[in-house]
Design a protein around this ligand. Structure first.
Ligand SMILES: [Mg+2]
Length: 369
């Protein structure tokens, strides 16, 4: 297969509600969209997406587009199939470590293109088992005010969610009120917190959890990114698992914590980890070290990244303790494909409801943007 065109553009889709994040406020997606063209019978197009995030990988939309422009000719000249794609990833490990979301967008487009050119699904192309019949998602609650939060909780509970992640603000009164709101939702709830690197000292976190009354079974990123020693102290002292997200974007991070597998959970997001193949490698490493994972998502991912997350989630199998994302048009004004790939009743996503189970490549019905 010869890549005839590789185009990267910004992808901006408005959100239905502005989604507040501790580190960023946005009202629309901020993604890189890649289209890769080849001729196979007629023209075939592969689609890819990446979510560059300053606060996760240090990337911006501009840096990601620049990275693709710089590496485009090498990719187009050297990648002709799955083997050469793998070779490119291995050879460029350090380059991709610095710009993982940029590469993710390219890689997903190339995998989609290869699948389509060979008449194979993503799973068949990568020699992976096919997708299970359903995936269970957990609900992620944004850092909105209490009124907005209660409304979100009611909505999630009415859909049938019982597994929640809340963003912490560090404002004790506000965070306590949110936890109380969840605990009075009228259904059994399981809660994990995401602090997005709010604190500096383990003692501050331990004291805060005491004041909250230890409501979480797991806590994401309480300290500065990669303060593994500090986070171990919190886990050992409280018995709460620590979820690594901003602290886990490359293979070295996993090597740094693999000796104490019981303390950690890893938040695997295909974009920040530099694409599906690198995510699959990291997942394999995590599983062999006995570390459980959460299949995560960036706010504003379209169906393309949600689809890649399904591949990862299926491989994770019983080492997966939660899934996030697949918001589709619950959050986006419109998606890149129709139907939009998203969770439904009970927070479940059933692949057989989409045609991609038999489709080729990512199998999504993506039209002209
Ligand atoms: Mg997080």
């Amino acid at each position: 297969m010869r890549i005839e065109r590789l185009e990267a553009t910004p992808l901006e889709i408005p959100f239905k509600v502005s989604f507040k994040h501790t580190s960023a406020d946005r009202a629309k997606t901020a993604s890189v969209w890649v289209e890769a063209h080849a001729t196979h019978g007629g023209i075939i197009v592969g689609y890819g997406e990446g979510c560059p995030r300053e606060y996760v990988t240090g990337e911006s939309l501009k840096s990601a587009l620049d990275w693709i422009a710089r590496n485009k000719s090498s990719i187009v000249n050297e990648v002709t199939g799955l083997e050469s794609l793998k070779e490119w990833v291995a050879k460029q490990e350090q380059t991709i470590d610095k710009d993982p979301a940029a590469w993710c967008a390219v890689e997903l487009a190339l995998l989609d293109l290869l699948g389509k050119s060979q008449g194979q699904s993503l799973e068949a192309l990568l020699s992976l088992p096919s997708l299970p019949s359903a995936f269970q998602y957990s609900a992620v609650l944004g850092d909105s005010d209490l009124a907005g939060f209660s409304k979100q909780v009611l909505k999630y509970v009415s859909v049938g969610f019982g597994d929640f992640k809340i963003k912490l603000s560090g404002d004790l009164e506000k965070d306590s009120a949110k936890i109380a709101c969840l605990n009075s939702a009228g259904v059994p709830v399981k809660i994990r917190g995401d602090a997005n690197n709010l604190w500096r000292e383990p003692s501050e976190v331990i004291a805060y959890l005491d004041r909250l009354g230890h409501p979480f079974w797991a806590l994401e990123e309480p300290l500065a990114p990669r303060d593994f020693a500090g986070m171990s102290k919190i886990a050992a002292h409280t018995g709460i698992k620590i979820i690594l997200d901003e602290s886990f974007t490359r293979a070295q991070d996993l090597r740094d914590i693999e000796d104490t597998p019981d303390l950690w959970l890893l938040n695997l997001r295909v974009s920040k980890l530099g694409g599906l193949m690198r995510s699959l490698d990291l997942l394999k490493h995590a599983r062999s070290s006995g570390i459980k994972v959460i299949i995560g998502a960036h706010v504003g991912e379209t169906s393309v990244l949600s689809r890649a997350g399904l591949t990862l989630a299926a491989v994770a199998d019983d080492s997966r303790v939660a899934m996030e994302g697949a918001f589709g048009t619950h959050l986006l004004e419109h998606d890149v494909c129709d139907p939009s790939l998203m969770f439904g009743k009970g927070g479940r996503l059933c692949p057989e409801e989409w045609y991609f189970k038999t489709g080729t490549g990512c199998g999504l019905n993506i039209g002209e943007k």
